[in-house]
Design a protein around this ligand. Sequence first.
Ligand code: ZN
Length: 70
Amino acid sequence: MPRYDFRCRSCGATFELRRPMAQANDPAVCPQGHEDTVKLLSTVAVTGAAGGAPQQAPSGGGCCGGGCCG
Ligand SMILES: [Zn+2]
């Protein structure tokens, strides 16, 4: 689950929350109870599944493909 950093503009405290990405833009409440918070740009470690599917070589080479049995 991604982690988001917030900063409270009321008391200046910074805190982090773990929430689903669907709730990334939801307002966060400071641990002190303040609601005037802003979301900070944090470096979220995203594990990207790089790489592609292995390409399958075209399998040809039937007997009649080469005209050997005609
Ligand atoms: Zn606060």
